[in-house]
Design a protein around this ligand. Sequence first.
Ligand SMILES: Cc1cc2nc3c(=O)[nH]c(=O)nc-3n(C[C@H](O)[C@H](O)[C@H](O)COP(=O)(O)O)c2cc1C
Length: 121
Amino acid sequence: MKVVYMSLTGQTRRFVAKLEMDSLEIHPDNAFQEIFEPFIIIVPTYDIEVTEIMNDFIETGNNHSFLRGVAGSGNLNFDNLFCYTAKDLAKEYQVPLIHCFEFQGTDEDVKFIKEKVSALG
Ligand SMILES: Cc1cc2nc3c(=O)[nH]c(=O)nc-3n(C[C@H](O)[C@H](O)[C@H](O)COP(=O)(O)O)c2cc1C
């Protein structure tokens, strides 16, 4: 399983590094690339204008067919807007919302996602 992610201020990038999994960081200049293996997405939470490069990636080629789930990094101070980018993507592309965590995540968040990912196969 590959982890495809984006990160503006480095929190999600730090979380992904702790997973020690094969990963791919999406930038505006590499969003339209095809992938041919199962992947999950991990996204920070920002306005759609900022995160729509993940939609671009998912909708490129047959990428959507390899998407297995979505997790999100956010900030609980945003209350009911906590982690909405990951929630919206999971709903839009009809895949499981794996987990929501704050900032770069805790050791428990890392363990939880690793367990979920191995359950996904
Ligand atoms: C301008 C701005 C808007 C944000 N809006 C939200 C939000 O609506 N909900 C949320 O859960 N987190 C929100 N966050 C928090 C970030 O998603 C969070 O800090 C995340 O860990 C950043 O990840 P990154 O460093 O990988 O970009 C916002 C942060 C900024 C700077």
